[in-house]
Write a protein that binds this ligand. Structure first.
Ligand code: UD1
Length: 441
């Protein structure tokens, strides 16, 4: 779950609150026109780390997570866990979470509204404590993002949830196995129900589940702690409930969206870059599209090398659940299409309104026309730098990519959105030769 609200990012429960508040004032200044070259390391996956952090609530004890990306979203999840009474300690990218003394089951609105993924604590709280009080997340920057599948699924498992003054409330709950068939493929609901089912009484069958690597890996991690899960990586997962789990000890997988964003950066600037610590198999759809646009991509052992074309060719892209083209790469792809040779059509089938980046790309000179959930992009030869505003995590990344080729200077404000999902993107890009600077506005 990967969404910004219009609110500025706050992080009251953590020692980093000051720096986060300062970061709300930060902007990026990018002077375009440099080709990227060199090597860069990919960070741990935000969308894998967040559910695993929530899953630590399932078992009392000290959990160890390595390669956790240092982002405001992972700090927000740490704050949620701390509010519940867990102790969270970061040493670099290693995170220890002690869930022995959880004393509250309430995830408050002030945290959940800053990050929807906070809602992931609902299933684990119900499963271990039989109670939860979790704020409803509300809307997001690009429209409604319901949690009905989470609630319906948990209710099918006997959660008897009620909505009380904006909170999802469960009391005296004994989760029981159930058969749940999701109407639409949902990453969030699959993770939620899988976490709830591992400690439920009896067997739960989940049909039409998400098979994103983040989900499959979550299941593997839980299995490593004693959970009994069958069918991981297929559209049907069967979970046989167990009485208790051992604490988690794991290394978070590489971030496929950060990696694909860096590949797209080379696709737009040209040049040649090797990504280290990445998993090519997790981003095949994005790699194929970049190849179609003229990039040369060579996957190696835990590495991917890309050479960008002098000008990308137009492509058509339709987002779909994994292994399809990820909605989280739709905005970045649009930046490439904006300067591509020819006309591209990008359709988002996951989030029909996820186009807040369009007016900002237009400010840089992109020729984009929106028709329902499709954008028709007529590639122009050059974009021009201008002041623009980040509106959500991936929209911000799209603006960064566009700025890397725009003539002159682009100032991107509100980059706290970027900081939610990308660990030091500007430092990584600078290391590859880009002219990027972070300033305080
Ligand atoms: C989705 C993406 C995920 C991405 C994230 C943030 C998919 C399948 N999921 O995950 O890859 O990282 O956005 O950009 O590509 N839905 C409901 N009711 C629910 C839950 C979801 O109707 O209770 C719908 C959503 O409106 C959406 C679809 O199901 O149309 C997929 O949602 P879901 O996968 O749950 O969203 P995220 O977990 O946020």
């Amino acid at each position: 779950m990967d969404v910004g609200t219009h609110d500025s990012m706050i992080d009251p429960g953590s020692a980093t609150a000051d720096s986060t508040e300062k970061a709300t004032m930060d902007a990026l200044i990018i002077r375009g026109g440099r080709r990227l070259s060199g090597r860069v390391e990919v960070s741990g996956a935000k969308n894998a780390a967040l559910p695993v952090m929530a899953a630590t609530l399932l078992a009392p004890g000290v959990h160890t997570l390595r390669n956790v990306p240092l982002l405001s979203d992972t700090r927000t999840m740490a704050s949620v866990l701390e509010r519940l009474g867990a102790r969270v300690e970061f040493r670099g990218h290693a995170c220890k979470i002690d869930t022995s003394n959880v004393s509250s089951v309430e995830a408050p609105y002030d945290l959940v509204r800053t990050m929807r993924a906070s809602v992931y604590v609902l299933g684990p709280l119900l499963a271990r404590f039989g109670a939860a009080r979790v704020s409803l997340p509300g809307g997001c920057a690009w429209g409604p993002r319901p949690v009905n599948l989470h609630l319906d699924g948990l209710n099918a498992m006997n959660a008897q949830l009620e909505i009380d003054h904006g909170y999802i409330v469960g009391k005296d709950v004994r989760l029981r196995g159930a058969q749940v068939n999701f109407d639409v493929v949902s990453v969030g609901a699959t993770a939620q129900l899988m976490m709830a089912a591992v400690l439920a009484e009896g067997t739960t069958t989940l049909d039409n589940v998400a098979i994103e690597p983040d989900i499959t890996v979550l299941g593997e991690i839980l299995s490593g702690c004693g959970a009994r899960i069958e069918g991981l990586g297929t559209r049907r997962i069967t979970v046989h409930g167990v009485r208790e789990l051992r604490p988690i000890d794991t290394t978070i997988i590489p971030d496929r969206i950060e990696a694909a964003t860096l590949l797209a950066a080379v696709g737009i600037t040209g040049g040649s870059v090797t990504l280290e610590r990445c998993e090519a198999g997790h981003m095949a759809a994005a790699m194929h599209k970049l190849e179609e646009m003229g990039c040369e991509i060579l996957p190696g052992n835990g590495e991917v090398t890309i050479s960008g074309p002098s000008r990308p060719s137009a492509v058509d892209v339709t987002t779909a659940p994994f292994p399809g083209f990820p909605t989280d790469m739709q905005a970045q792809m649009m930046a490439l299409c904006a300067v591509a040779d020819g006309t591209s059509v990008i359709t988002d089938t996951i989030y029909l309104d996820r186009f807040t980046h369009v007016p900002e790309l237009q400010r840089l000179g992109a020729q984009i026309e929106l028709k329902n959930n499709s954008a028709v992009i007529r590639g122009v030869e050059r974009l021009q730098g201008a002041p623009v505003m980040a509106t959500d995590i991936r929209a911000s990344a799209a603006l960064v990519l566009a700025a890397l080729v725009a003539e002159g200077e682009t100032r991107i404000s509100r980059i706290y959105h970027l900081d939610r999902g990308y660990e030091q993107l500007e430092t990584k890009l600078r290391g590859l030769g880009a002219d990027v600077e972070r300033i305080q506005e």
